[in-house]
Design a binder for this molecule. Structure first.
Ligand code: PLP
Length: 441
């Protein structure tokens, strides 16, 4: 309360932000919010007033900055020619700031179907963002202050550094998550989480299937990770971002089939789980820039979820304003079509075949003196740990001598996206990588 009154007296916060903070006060979400997160709100300005007018302005609606003719957004014939099956409202009109309501509902139902143990009452309505990167970025802005630490696996997707450190001013603390035997090093992860818990709050990002390793935890490992988070919640507020970009690309029976988000969303009042996912990788639509952010917590009710969604919507409004309408409409149409699921299954089989070809190669080339794969069982990638040679130099040599593109992560890891390599050339490509690693250069 003191906080609220002080904020009003000093005039440093909009009344709408103060109101949202009042709703959230006392929850872990409120304690975890960054200064930006506390200031965020969604104005009752153009968007809200235009929404009101849409329902009630029977004579003329002069609210929104679009051009209408005969009650429809004006559409250049050239656009219509290439999008004949869509109405102007589905293409050139602005989308709602938080995304098309139908699509948000559809995605929520899809998440629940893909994660049967997830309790629908424990999660918010997803908010649509222009890509998963944007979803992670907004989440970071709302929950990470400059100077605060966020834990992640090491190695991790390189964009985490850009988002959490360069953009938000936080500190990305990488945990080397695999032990020497190639298993998830749960004791090390637990120690890092509990160490951070001593500060009173923990922020961590889980990314399964992982980029770059291609690893997803088993059921037992998932339970162990959840236990670490629960233990930390005994003394700290915990924010867990679940970057589920590669959800569903599970190639082994041993892999946990649900997102760790489904276990975290109902775990503990002090745990705030944020799922960032979307069609980008799952539905082979990388360039559509469609993704979702869903918040889950045992400690939050509908009014808290609404308040957080409103803050997130404010973050969108103040940056990209809204996402691409056409991509949202197209996704809705395609997912209304029964055949999509079969087509998707056929694509999955292709990726699984590539995965198996890589597995076969690494199994039969186990004793390479300089390259050893990190454990992989899912996703788009596998990653080779380099010993006694520089991964960056190996990458360059592969490109210049063999025309093979890979990505080096620091000097130790070389990532190969098997998702992009045809099955029949996988033995040749990996043969060249393994042979080149033996050369002196
Ligand atoms: C782990 C991870 N998260 C998120 C993303 C970004 O997804 P989007 O293209 O939807 O921003 C990627 C893309 O490479 C990724 O590897």
């Amino acid at each position: 309360m003191i906080y609220r009154e002080t904020a009003i007296i000093l005039g440093i916060m909009d009344d709408l932000a103060v109101e949202l903070n009042r709703i959230l006060e006392g929850t872990a979400a409120w304690r975890l919010l960054s200064d930006f997160g506390k200031r965020m709100y969604f104005p009752r300005g153009i968007i809200a007033q235009s929404g009101e007018a849409k329902k009630a302005a029977s004579k003329a609606n002069g609210t929104i900055g679009m051009a209408f003719s005969n009650g429809k957004p004006m559409l250049l014939p050239g656009f219509k020619r290439y999008m004949p099956d869509f109405e102007p409202e589905e293409t050139v009109a602005y989308a709602p700031t938080a995304g098309n309501e139908k699509l948000r509902e559809l995605w929520k139902n899809m998440i629940l179907r893909k994660n049967p143990s997830l309790d629908a009452n424990r999660i918010s309505l997803p908010v649509l963002t222009p890509g998963i990167t944007a979803g992670i970025s907004y989440t970071a802005e709302l929950f990470l202050n400059a100077g605060q630490t966020i834990l992640s696996a090491d190695p991790a997707w390189d964009n985490y550094r850009l988002i959490f450190e360069e953009r938000c001013g936080g500190v990305l603390h990488g945990i080397p998550v695999f032990d020497n035997g190639g298993q998830l090093d749960i004791p090390k992860i637990r120690a890092a989480i509990l160490q951070e818990a001593k500060t009173g709050s923990v922020r961590i990002i889980f990314n399964f299937p992982n980029n770059p390793s291609g690893y997803s935890p088993t059921n037992a490992e998932t339970a162990a990770l959840v236990a670490c988070v629960e233990e930390a919640a005994g003394s700290a507020d915990v924010l867990v971002i679940c970057d589920d970009a590669y959800f569903g690309f599970f190639y082994e029976d041993s892999v946990c089939r649900e997102s760790i988000f489904s276990r975290l969303a109902g775990l503990n009042e002090r745990v705030i789980a944020v799922k960032t996912d979307g069609p980008t990788k799952e539905d082979y639509s990388w360039g559509f820039r469609l993704a979702m952010v869903t918040i889950g917590s045992k400690g939050l009710g509908p009014e808290h979820f609404d308040a957080l969604v409103t803050k997130l919507t404010g973050a969108i409004r103040s940056s990209v304003s809204c996402s691409n309408t056409f991509a949202q409409s197209l996704f809705l149409k395609v997912y209304g079509d029964e055949t999509t699921h079969q087509q998707k299954a056929a694509f999955f089989d292709t990726l699984k075949e590539r995965y198996e070809a890589v597995k076969q190669f690494t199994r039969t080339h186990k004793d390479h003196p300089r390259l050893s794969p990190l454990p992989f069982n899912s996703g788009y990638f596998m990653c080779l740990r380099c010993t006694g040679l520089d991964a960056g130099k190996l990458r360059r040599r592969l490109l210049e001598k063999h025309g093979i593109g890979t990505v080096s992560f620091g000097s130790e890891y070389l990532r190969v996206a098997f998702s992009s390599i045809e099955t029949d050339i996988i033995p040749e490509v990996f043969g060249a990588i393994y042979d080149t690693a033996l050369e002196t250069f």
